[in-house]
Design a protein around this ligand. Structure first.
Ligand code: HEM
Length: 369
């Protein structure tokens, strides 16, 4: 009996030893494969989550973090500043960046191209508006010296601001491929500096221009008739009447100089001096308003510069010498001419005045209003 018991115990021990060895062996082979199984299952869960039908807790934690950042979730930071420093990514800034690099530069380029094309088309169809009765040989004062100074200061700074501003806007898409990164970086650094310093000076010029000429730009019934006659561009030899400034010039003054000037100056001021607690939203809005309005303004300016130079014979000398030919005055601003004569202005021979006009002289005895 006792012999049987001993051998039974030994047999059971041997059997359990064998089972243990088998279990250890099989587990040591199976366990490493579990990694593959888990990875496979994880991918499936992730794919399901991406398709939108997986369990909610199975989303990619990295996606969750970026989604939160894009939605503007706030965290904690020890940094302090005027902006939303505890927000990892400023949504409004990212939205502005996408707008700037996409629609703004695409439609902006189209807008400027269309404005240039329109000017070329007007020139091709209507040609230069000539002095119908040639030159009279006599001139009358149109713009005083100080008026011309303010005009040319404003015009000059506008052109420089437009060139530097467009260079910054279209730098990456147009200038870098043309001149290379390093040359562009050097140019952009100077351009930005010029733009930032000249901007406020330009706004002062605009303010003076507005104060100086607002009285000539009050709309009246004569302007309505001028618009109805399409500015006379289609009526050969029959010019609609106009005072000192015609309806078209008044649109340039109110929309081009006053409204656009106000928007561009205020937004430029906010961008140039970010020390008044402007938020990121305010800055992005200011950037958008500044860029969109400037593009519209530059397009409009092409029209003004064309009409003042190539488009109209005899107009530019008014703004360079201060005097215009009497026939030009009668053709384009008949009511103003009559008013000047009624006030006692006496036209003078062109030769007598050209020698004196350079520095704004030649205006003696000429009331100009
Ligand atoms: C550089 C290109 C420019 C040229 C060639 C030019 C030319 C002229 C000329 C010839 C006149 C006189 C028109 C007349 O006697 O009836 C004039 C008037 C005027 N210009 Fe310019 N200009 C230029 C740029 C500018 C700019 C950039 C501004 C303003 C931002 C401006 C604002 C005005 C205003 C307000 C008048 C008075 C007429 C009106 O109220 O529309 N000009 N310009």
């Amino acid at each position: 009996m006792s012999e049987t018991t001993v051998s039974d115990v030994q047999r059971r021990r041997r059997r359990s030893l064998l089972w243990s060895l088998a279990l250890i062996l099989s587990l040591s082979m199976l366990l490493p494969t579990l990694g593959y199984v888990m990875a496979q299952t994880g991918q499936e869960v992730q794919a399901q989550a991406q398709q939108g039908f997986g369990p909610e807790r199975a989303t990619n934690p990295r996606s969750d973090m970026w989604r939160g950042a894009r939605e503007g979730q706030t965290g904690f930071t020890t940094q302090t500043g005027p902006y939303v420093t505890n927000t990892m990514i400023s949504n409004v800034g990212e939205t502005w960046r996408q707008f700037r690099m996409g629609p703004l530069i695409t439609y902006g380029a189209w807008l400027l191209g269309a404005a240039l094309a329109l000017v070329v088309l007007v020139y091709a169809v209507f040609g230069r508006i000539r002095l119908e009765h040639g030159r009279s040989g006599k001139t009358i004062e149109r713009w005083k010296f100080y008026e011309r100074c303010v005009h040319w200061f404003t015009a000059g700074s506008f052109v420089i601001l437009a060139i530097t501003g467009l260079s910054l806007l279209f730098g990456r898409s147009v200038l870098i491929p043309l001149m290379g990164r390093e040359a562009f970086a050097a140019y952009a650094e100077i351009g930005k500096l010029v733009h930032n310093y000249l901007g406020p000076a330009f706004s002062v010029g605009l303010l003076l221009l507005i104060l100086m000429w607002v009285r000539h730009n009050i709309p009246n019934k004569v302007d309505l008739a001028w618009f109805k006659a399409g500015g006379g561009i289609f009526l050969k030899g029959r010019h609609p009447s106009a005072g000192k400034l015609n309806g078209g010039e008044k649109v340039w003054f109110w929309l081009g100089v006053f409204v656009f000037g106000l928007i561009v100056s205020i937004s430029g001021f906010l961008l140039n001096f970010p020390i008044f607690g402007q938020t990121r939203e305010t800055m992005a809005l200011a950037q958008a308003a500044h860029a969109i309005t400037s593009l519209l303004w530059i397009g409009f300016f092409f029209g003004h510069a064309y009409i003042g130079t190539l488009g109209t014979e005899g107009a530019l000398e008014g703004m360079t010498t201060g005097r215009v030919d009497v026939n030009w005055a009668k053709q384009h601003h008949d009511l103003w001419y009559e008013e000047q004569i009624a006030r006692g202005a006496r036209p003078q021979p062109a030769e007598a005045t050209t020698a004196k006009t350079g520095a704004g002289a030649g205006t003696v005895g000429q009331p100009s209003h």
